[in-house]
Design a protein around this ligand. Structure first.
Ligand code: ATP
Ligand code: MG
Ligand code: MG
Length: 359
């Protein structure tokens, strides 16, 4: 079986790494010449919406998936005419646009922060009158790692905020004073089998995910699974779906979803019986899903910007290093480490060892 992946970054690379033991082969479609998945897969170097490249990909592979949600809808449409593309196009269309995804969350009875659509400066003023400040102005599409967002405090100049996000269609969101940020990695196969990983608690720094810790028997797990199940079933979803939440007391407010494998699920590579990458592949191939049970107490630390002291990291027991083969650059995710320990205390101690190396 050959799988086509739109996008050739680290998520595609880790999908390929998980797929080889299952006897799978991969071809990535990715415009960048130095795509970090390319050494592990066939590489068609072209724009995602290049009809000839898409035709070539469709001839080479048996089914197609993707590693990011900003894939042009036209690409998914063209590929979908000749072979299965998962997750389905409706999931992509919803998840790539913050307004669509938040509207759908609410329609399905899933709470979110209050939000308003913003098309222009007048709309921003209206939104602020409706929601109050502080609030966050976010571009509807293409944002990641906190890019395309502007926090607006009381008294701030609204015109400046509107300029800062590039005067494109946006949503304004009330700022949530959350207790924690958590995410659920859910998976549904072609024939409708579903599985859910334990919630991860996520800590961000400068808008970029820095630490994800697997939570054991958290009291919010049933609600998160219920919300994820509603979304999977509504979309007739196939593959891994990640939903990020703000936890406020007993409530979970959905922040966003990603129709793909997700950074907050990287701990599953060594921290769960079956990784999110393997389960995504099993789901799109309609194979039985693997167990999502955690192995010990696991966490993941992102390596951001500079190349770390890899010798020191590998010198730590129970630390697993994943470098993506990407050139270091400020704010760029170039790898991660997974830690797995027998107890919460040992996990915390190991995480502070890692912090000392990364400082
Ligand atoms: P990602 O890299 O996860 O795709 P993104 O650029 O799509 O990020 P968000 O997830 O919307 O952006 O926001 C990034 C982070 O900013 C959140 O994880 C959270 O820490 C903070 N944040 C975003 N929106 C809100 C909000 N309404 N209230 C409080 N904090 C928020
Ligand atoms: Mg996002
Ligand atoms: Mg996010």
């Amino acid at each position: 079986m050959k799988i086509g992946i739109l996008g050739g970054g680290q998520l595609a690379r880790m999908l390929a790494l998980a797929g080889y033991p299952l006897g799978l082969d991969f071809v990535v479609l990715e415009p960048a010449p130095d795509a970090c998945a390319a050494p592990l897969a066939g590489h068609i170097q072209a724009a995602y919406d290049d009809p000839a490249a898409l035709e070539q990909l469709a001839e080479l592979v048996d089914r197609v998936t993707y590693e990011f949600e900003s894939v042009p809808a036209s690409a998914v449409e063209q590929l979908g005419e000749s072979l299965p593309v998962y997750p389905p196009a409706n999931a992509l269309a919803t998840a790539r646009d913050r307004h669509h995804e938040k509207t759908l969350f609410n329609e399905l009875g899933i709470e979110t922060a209050p939000f308003a659509e913003v098309h222009d400066l007048a709309g921003l003023k209206q939104g602020v009158a409706q929601l109050g400040l502080p609030a966050i102005l976010k571009t509807r599409t293409l944002g990641y790692d906190g890019k395309g967002q502007q926090l607006i405090h009381p008294g701030d100049e609204l015109e400046a905020a509107w300029q800062a996000v590039g005067q494109v269609p946006c949503i304004l969101e009330g700022l949530v004073n959350f207790d924690r940020e958590v995410s659920i990695i859910a998976v549904r196969s072609v024939s409708g089998e579903m599985a859910f990983y334990p919630l991860a608690e996520n800590v961000h720094r400068d808008g970029i995910l820095r630490l994800s810790t697997c939570l054991h028997e958290d009291s919010h797990q049933p609600l998160a699974e219920d919300y994820a199940r509603r979304m999977l079933e509504h979309l007739g979803y196939v593959g891994v779906l990640a939903i990020e939440f703000f936890q406020v007391g007993e409530h979970l407010l959905a922040n966003e979803m990603a129709p793909r494998v997700h950074n907050s699920g990287h701990w599953t590579i060594e921290g769960a019986h079956t990784s999110q990458f393997e389960n995504h592949l099993r789901a799109v191939l309609d194979l039985p899903l693997g167990s999502t049970q955690p192995l010990g107490h696991a966490a993941m630390v992102n390596l951001i910007g500079d190349l770390p002291d890899t010798k020191a990291l590998l010198g730590l027991e129970n630390v697993h290093l994943h470098l993506y083969g990407k050139a270091p650059r400020p704010d760029r995710k170039i790898g991660h480490v997974t830690v797995r320990e027998a107890s919460v205390d040992e996990l915390q101690a190991r995480l502070s060892n890692i912090d000392n190396v990364l400082q």
